[in-house]
Structures are given as C-alpha cells and as structure tokens.
Design a protein. Structure first.
Length: 442
C-alpha cells in the first residue's frame, strides 16, 4: 500500500507540474493567484508528502500533534488535490468574465498628489518605528525580541502601539501602491529614470523593517505582477519572452532572499539565545524547515480528526465568524475571543501559539467534510475576478499587485482567516486612491 500511496502522490505532483508548465509556456506570467497557489502546493504539500512516504524516519511531527501514518497522509493529499481541481475550475471560468465599461475610460494619476501620499505614509511609518524602538529599548532589543518571540506573543504592547500597528499594515500597502503608481508613470520614466530605482529601494527597506520574509516576498511578487501589467499594457511584441525573463529573475531573487533571510534570522537567534553558532547549520535547517509541509500536516490532521465524527464539523461557523470580524465588539458584544482557523486547530488540541497552517481545503473539510471541497470553486472565482479586474487600469493593477497578491499567500495557509485579514483595508485604500485620480473619457 505504501508504494501505491507514493505513486499516487507522484501522479498528483506531475499533474500540477504539467499544468504549471503548460500555463507558463502559453502566457509566461507567473504573477497570479492560480500560479502562486499551485506552486506553493508543490513545495508545501506534494513534495513533503513524497518525502514522508518514502522515508519514515523523516515522518516526524510536533509533540502536540497526533501521529499521522501513511493512510492519513494520502487522504490529506487526495483532499488537497480535489480542492485544487475545483479551485482551478473557478479561477479560469471567472477569468472569462467581462466587466462593464471596460475600455471606455482610463484613470490618470496626479503624480504630485501621489507623491504627497507616499511622503505622508512614510512619515507615519517612521513615527511608528520610532515609538516601537523606544518601547523595546533600541534596535538590538527590537530585532532580538521580534525574531525570537514573533509567534509566542509574550510581549504585551501598549494599546497605542497595537492600534498604530493596524494602521501600519495599511500604510505599508499605501507605500507600495503609491510607489508603483509613480514608478509606472511615463513622466517619471522619461524625466527621472533614476527615481524608479530609488522607489524600489525605499519599498524594500520598508519591507525589511518588518523582519518578516513574507513581507519581502509579497513586495517582490507584487512588483513582478505590476511589471507584468505594464508589459501587457504596452503590448510589446516580445511580451511573452519579457514576461518569462521577468518571472525567472523574480523567482531566483525571491527564493534566494527567502532562504538567506531565514538562515540569517536563525543564525542571529542562535548567537544571541543558544550556543549554536554555525552558518552551514542555519542554511540546512532553513531548507529542511521549508520542506516539512505545514499545509500537508494541517490538511491531513484535519481530515483525520474531523473525518472521524461528523458532529465535530463546524458547518460554516469558522467562515461566517471571519466575515463578521471587521464589526467592532461594541456593536457585536458576543464577538468570540478567537475565531476562524483558531477554532479548528484549538478543537484538535493544538496550542494557540502554533500559527498552524490549515489550508483552504482544510478549513472547508472541517466545516462540511468532503462536500465542502466544491466550495473551492468560490475561492477560485474570487481570485479570478480580482485578476480580471486588475487588467482595467493602473490603479486596479497596483491594488491587485500589493494587496490581492499578498492575500493569495495568506489564504493559501490560513484560508478565510488569511483572506479577510489581508483584504480588510482594500475598500478604504481603493477609495483613497480614487481621490487621487481623475477620469478622462475616450
């Protein structure tokens, strides 16, 4: 049976790889939710599954997780693959939709106003980090505590920093978006070409201040998506070739930075917290950590636990709770202390500090069992509509690049919880940018 399980997993892996290859060959564009989620599934589900099925010694788990045998793993892989098929169906069907008024107008951006918005957002971020560094007692303490306690929540921030921290998330998005609007301006391209490199440097610096690799990856993928839009908009004859070159460069830089930053973080913590101080160990540890398959473990554990007893199913509760998340507690007094995927993991006995991945398929299974996988079509439609919407103008493309693309990553691991948290500021940011634009009829 183990051989059959392994062969089945390899077949699923090959199907996803071939799908990615065919799509890449035809379009050259990897900066879209379908390609990103499919690629992540290879790294976080299928390859880890093959490794765990082939070598039992590598089939290890955290102490608080239930043991998963080969049958549990293959069931998790099957559930994930079926969900991916429905997601793909929803995504590509929605891409065929047409938006009303498409091609009737183009929005033009006031570079001066956008520059002022960028300066204001950067000023806020500087103020926020000044207050944060003052609270932690300096840069060194901030880095050490942020890296070593990032998932343990042992540091209780004062109320004003917690509130400003929420605004900071939106301010960072505005920095990326306003920079992209200036970057894509023909005026800046012709008169101030060096300014474009300055904008890229500013955005990278802002991303690095979070000490999260995910933020850096979000910016790189967003920058790639924006550049892909510009290439397609200009209808360059060598567009597909340029997109492929862009894709290869961004992937190499993103993967390199992801591993290097992660290894550097591990080494920094080791030097300051433990006695381990080895560069090679840090790199090897980082690569191993990224092949453990957090999504695989999440979906397999969920299928095992919630598949045993239908009374354990949430029947949509984790999803509806997240839809009510933006409602203030003053209006919604019975608002739960925790909700979303936290309900799923805590019911399985997992600690609250794990920040565990569940995957979209995992959440849908925990709510509706196997029939819930059909709802993956809805998630595919959501991202497909956003992808189509981004093709209308530069404002939409910028929002898509630096809000929707990052939402893809969080949704991959955290499902509805990640999606709602990532998109909660989207309406406000859109209205803000709308105020900085004007319409000119064709």
């Amino acid at each position: 049976m183990e051989t059959i399980y392994t062969i089945s997993t390899v077949i699923f892996l090959v199907v996803v790889l071939l799908s990615l290859y065919i799509y890449y060959s035809k379009s050259g564009n990897i900066f879209n939710p379908w390609f990103i989620i499919s690629s992540l599934s290879i790294l976080d589900v299928y390859i880890p599954a093959v490794i765990r099925l082939v070598n039992k010694e590598l089939n290890v788990y955290a102490s608080w997780m239930s043991h998963l045998d080969e049958t549990d793993i293959i069931y998790g892989v099957i559930v994930y693959f079926i969900g991916w098929v429905f997601f793909s169906l929803g995504y590509f069907l929605s891409k065929k939709m047409k938006f009303g008024g498409e091609g009737k107008y183009e929005r033009y951006i006031s570079i001066k106003r956008t520059r002022n918005l960028l300066i204001f957002s950067l000023s806020f971020l500087l103020l926020y980090f000044y207050l944060t560094l003052s609270f932690f007692g300096g840069v060194s303490n901030y880095i050490l505590i942020s890296l070593s306690e990032r998932f343990n929540n042992t540091v209780e921030l004062p109320y004003y920093l917690s509130m400003l921290g929420q605004v900071k998330i939106m301010a960072m998005s505005i920095v990326f978006i306003s920079s992209s609007l200036i970057f894509s301006s023909d005026l800046i391209k012709k008169r101030y070409p060096r300014l474009r490199f300055t904008l890229i440097f500013i955005c990278l610096a802002v991303a690095f201040t979070t000490l999260f690799r995910g933020t850096i990856l979000n910016f790189l993928l967003g920058f790639g998506a924006l550049t892909a839009y510009i290439i397609n908009k200009n209808n360059i004859g060598t567009g597909k070739r340029d997109l492929k070159n862009l894709s290869r460069k961004v992937v190499l830089i993103a993967v390199g930075l992801f591993i290097v930053v992660g290894a550097s973080r591990t080494l920094y913590i080791a030097r300051n917290v433990s006695e381990i101080n080895n560069v090679s160990f840090s790199f090897v540890n980082e690569i191993n950590k990224n092949l453990t398959g957090s999504s695989l473990l999440g979906v397999s554990s969920i299928v095992k636990y919630y598949g045993e007893d239908s009374d354990r199913l949430f029947m949509g509760k984790t999803i509806t709770d997240m839809l009510l998340m933006p409602v203030p507690r003053s209006i919604y007094p019975s608002k739960p202390e925790w909700y979303g995927i936290d309900d799923i993991t805590r019911k399985m006995g997992w600690p609250e500090t794990t920040q565990s991945a569940t995957s979209i398929q995992g959440e849908l299974f925990a709510n509706f069992s196997y029939p819930g996988l059909v709802l993956m079509i809805l998630f595919g439609c959501i991202f497909g509509i956003f992808s189509k919407w981004s093709e209308k103008n530069i404002i939409n493309a910028s929002l898509y690049s630096f809000v929707v693309i990052p939402a893809t990553l969080t949704t991959f691991w955290m499902s509805t919880t990640g999606l709602i948290n990532a998109l909660k500021f989207l309406p406000f940011i859109y209205l803000l940018l709308f105020a900085f634009s004007s319409k000119r009829l064709d």
